[in-house]
Each structure stands twice: as structure tokens, then as C-alpha cells.
Design a protein around this ligand. Structure first.
Ligand SMILES: Nc1ncnc2c1ncn2[C@@H]1O[C@H](COP(=O)(O)OP(=O)(O)OP(=O)(O)O)[C@@H](O)[C@H]1O
Ligand SMILES: [Mg+2]
Length: 377
């Protein structure tokens, strides 16, 4: 990773290194502890909280003698594509020129993939074109090969829920049985579709049930995030007061991605000092830019679904969506209609369910900007 100072300390697209990463000390040490002790971990959380960032942060701090292989399988649709991504991940983790690299590359080449190089980044890419069983055999061969290395291996599979969409049956059962035999390789599983991830790891019917430690990633505490924001501005000789940083966090519901995005804007638009009008103006501009997206939501929904989405956005948190008071307040029809709409909105990932500190379940909209936009209407 480059050690140059990024032009903006707040990124909403990628990990910029430990100096630009807020907190997560406890989660990081839990993960590192699991890794060192040979335990795999599953990270679950609502979307855009910082799972991928946390994985990268952990990779950055892997102890000596460990190597990390990160793969994101969101784009894969078959086991064969999974194999391609895994092999590519391995190639990228170990450069061909290094002494162990040569052995790695030979092993992978012996499986006869087509290896190409990205024209922009120069990074290698392996691609196999195989039938189902052959994919299984080759994935197994790669895992066995990693098992035999002198260094220990961490494989992080992001967007893991994707394996449930493969046409091959019981991929999770097969993978679980392979993984179980490995002693030198530890895994992190993470995924953005929480309901599928929970189904994979927390359902007694599933092969992965109880096979990993679960790490539930919560929002970063507001006070900690506030200090981080203030410090980042200071680091670049700019200024934001604690009060304004707290307002920004409140407005973005302390939801990492949205905090980062708004802070990125406010930082870019600030010469020396943030004032209460300037950050609000940036927030307003963000909402304006997103309007087309919000209208897309409306177009893909039926009127009852759209009204329910708006009602949840207006409330922020809804504990009893089928209660008469909520339905009447927003004219949502019958409770059966609401239940059906809830399911669709959940499937579209426009809303999510969470539990508050008292263990009570509530519904919220995912897109914090959408929530603020609705409030302003
Ligand atoms: N603790 C943190 N401090 C600063 N920035 C962070 C932190 N955690 C995450 N980010 C940044 O916030 C953005 C969104 O986080 P990230 O992509 O990790 O979320 P995610 O939970 O993986 O999202 P998704 O569910 O969509 O996969 C990224 O740019 C990431 O680098
Ligand atoms: Mg992610």
C-alpha cells in the first residue's frame, strides 16, 4: 500500500490504511485472536457498516508467518468461477518473482489455467474452463497446496452468500467438509446480504452451522467517531468542532458508509473551518444528486410498498409496523398488505431489521440519504 497521504482522509470506497481507519480495535483483536488460534470467523452486520474495511484492516496487521488471501466472490455464478477467483487471489498474494512465488505459480500452472495480465494494473488473473467435478478437484488441490506451506494462511471470502446462488447443489456442504480438514488455513467469511449469511451460518439445518465464531459488527460509537473526524480534519490543518461532527454523525445515523461519504464532501469543500451552514449545504447537495436513485426506488415498487417505505423512512425506526396507530397515521391499508410489502422491501434490501438494546426488533430504511430526503419533503 502506498504510504503517501491520501488527498482526502475520508473514503467511502476503499481502505486507506490504519491511520485513516476509525477504531474497531476490539473487533480487530478478536479476529486476530481467532486467526492465531486457528478459528474461522463469520462477520455479519447490516450493509455498509464496514465489514470489508475491517477485513482489510486485519490483513494489514497479520502477524509474521501469515499470509492473507482476500477474495470477493460477488461476481461469481458457478463453482468454476469461484475457482478462478481463488486461484487469482493466490497468485496476487504471492508475486511470481519471490522464492515461494515460483512454487506457487508452478502449482497453479500445473492445473492449466489461462493466465492473463490486467492491462491497467498488470495484476495476474487465472481462468479455468472446467466441468463441475473438475472445479471441485482443483479447488481442493489449491487448498491442499496451501495446507502444506510453511507459512500459515488466512483466506477471507467476501460476499460469501453468493455460493447459495451457484447451480451446483450443496456447495456449502462440500466446502464445509473440505475446510474442516485444513489445519494450516483459517477463514473469514463475510457477506453483505445479512439474511442469507444468517441462514448459512446460524441455521441448524445448514452445514456451516456453528462451524465458525460469529462476529456481529455494530455501528461505531458516536463519541469515538466524533473524535476521529475532528482528528482527521486537524491532521490536514483544517478544523471541525465536536458539535458539528456530532451533528454530521446524527444526520448520517452513524452509519459508516454515509458518514464517510458526507465527511469526504465536507472535507473537500472546506478551506479552513467547517461552519454549520457549509456542512448542511454539502448534505443538501448530496441529496439532490441522489434524487434520480430515489425515483428509481419509486418506479420499482407498487404504491403500497412505496408508501410503506416512505413511512418507515419518516419514522426512522419502526417497532410495530402492523400496529393500528402506524397504519392509520400513514394510511397503509390492512396489516396483511403491510406484511407483504415488508417482505418485498426486505428482499430488495431497501429496509432491514435490527434489534435495539432492549432486544426489541425494529425496521429501518437502508439508505440514510433516502431517509433524510423523505424527511425534507
Ligand atoms: N472503521 C472505519 N473507519 C473509517 N472508514 C471505514 C471504517 N470502516 C469502513 N470504512 C469505510 O467505509 C466504506 C464502507 O465500508 P465497507 O465497504 O467496509 O462496508 P461493508 O460493510 O463491507 O459494506 P457492504 O455491506 O456493502 O459490503 C469503505 O470506504 C470503508 O473503507
Ligand atoms: Mg463489503
Amino acid at each position: 500500500m502506498s504510504t503517501r497521504q491520501p488527498s482526502n482522509p475520508f473514503s467511502s470506497t476503499n481502505y486507506q490504511g490504519p491511520d485513516y481507519f476509525c477504531n474497531r480495535t476490539e473487533e480487530t483483536s478478536r479476529l486476530l485472536n481467532n486467526i492465531i488460534n486457528g478459528n474461522s470467523t463469520t462477520i455479519i452486520s447490516v450493509r455498509r457498516i464496514g465489514k470489508t474495511g475491517l477485513i482489510q484492516h486485519v490483513f494489514n496487521q497479520l502477524p509474521r508467518g501469515w499470509r492473507g488471501i482476500y477474495i470477493d466472490i460477488l461476481e461469481t455464478e458457478t463453482l468454476n468461477q469461484f475457482l478462478n477467483i481463488l486461484a487469482t487471489g493466490i497468485l496476487n498474494a504471492v508475486p511470481e518473482k519471490s522464492s515461494i512465488g515460483r512454487k506457487f505459480w508452478e502449482t497453479i500452472k500445473s492445473l492449466r489455467p489461462v493466465i492473463t495480465f490486467d492491462t491497467l494494473t498488470g495484476e495476474p488473473k487465472a481462468s479455468f474452463d472446467l466441468k463441475h467435478r473438475e472445479s471441485e478437484t482443483n479447488i481442493n488441490a489449491l487448498l491442499q497446496f496451501l495446507e502444506k506451506q510453511e507459512f500459515r494462511v488466512l483466506i477471507a471470502i467476501d460476499e460469501f452468500q453468493q455460493i447459495m446462488h451457484y447451480p451446483e447443489k450443496n456447495t456449502d456442504a462440500w466446502l464445509r467438509s473440505r475446510i474442516q480438514q485444513l489445519k494450516n488455513v483459517v477463514f473469514i467469511f463475510s457477506g453483505s446480504q445479512q439474511h442469507l449469511m444468517s441462514d448459512l451460518f446460524a441455521s441448524p439445518k445448514r452445514p456451516f452451522f456453528r462451524s465458525t465464531q460469529m462476529l456481529k459488527l455494530e455501528k461505531i460509537k458516536s463519541g469515538v467517531y466524533c473524535d476521529f473526524i475532528v482528528n482527521m480534519f486537524n491532521k490536514y490543518h483544517k478544523e471541525i468542532s465536536k458539535e458539528i461532527a456530532t451533528d454530521v454523525l446524527y444526520w448520517t445515523n452513524t452509519h459508516t458508509f454515509y458518514v464517510q461519504q458526507l465527511c469526504n464532501r465536507v472535507f473537500a469543500a472546506t478551506e479552513k473551518k467547517v461552519n454549520p451552514e457549509s456542512w448542511r449545504q454539502q448534505a443538501f447537495m448530496l441529496l439532490q444528486e441522489q434524487e434520480t436513485v430515489f425515483f428509481t426506488y419509486r418506479n420499482m415498487l407498487t404504491p403500497p410498498q412505496w408508501h410503506l417505505l416512505k413511512a418507515i423512512a419518516s419514522e426512522g425506526k419502526v417497532f410495530m409496523p402492523t400496529s393500528a396507530s402506524f397504519i392509520n397515521k400513514y394510511g397503509l391499508g390492512s396489516s396483511a398488505t403491510v406484511l407483504r410489502s415488508l417482505k418485498t422491501l426486505n428482499d430488495f434490501e431497501l429496509i432491514y431489521t435490527e434489534f435495539d438494546l432492549n432486544g426489541e426488533k425494529y425496521y429501518s430504511v437502508y439508505d440514510v440519504f433516502f431517509q433524510r430526503w423523505i424527511e425534507g419533503k
